[in-house]
Design a protein around this ligand. Structure first.
Ligand SMILES: [Zn+2]
Length: 118
């Protein structure tokens, strides 16, 4: 795979996230909390739009549905959500693991070898 092809895949990933922000309420089975601010990440969904948990579920489901396209960013999505929601961080060790995952994503271009060493 060339770097151009990889760049197109990553661009497609971010475009699809943007699309999910507007469309996943149609296929989400998570109850929609219209207009309620998430106390953890402070996201304020528009009335009738999915809340952060519904968006998380839709994005992670897509990672499993289309792993060739999206699995590369699965860990980044999980780590990002977890550090924003305290109920998903059970200990200091858990927080350190999520922060290290984010560090590898941003500073080491999401290198799978570096992620496995965590
Ligand atoms: Zn939230």
């Amino acid at each position: 795979m060339t770097s151009n092809e990889l760049g197109e895949l990553e661009l497609g990933y971010w475009r699809s996230i943007q699309t999910d922000l507007y469309t996943c309420s149609v296929r989400s089975t998570t109850p929609i909390a219209g207009g309620e601010i998430c106390p953890e990440c402070r996201m304020l969904p528009a009335p009738g739009r999915p809340n952060c948990a519904a968006l998380r579920d839709a994005l992670l489901a897509r990672d499993f549905e289309q792993p060739v396209l999206f699995w590369r960013h699965h860990r980044l999505a999980v780590d990002t959500y977890c550090v924003q929601h305290s109920s998903y961080v059970e200990s200091a060790k858990s927080l350190a693991a999520h922060l290290c995952g984010l560090c590898v994503a941003f500073e080491q271009n999401n290198d799978p070898t570096a992620l496995k060493r965590l």
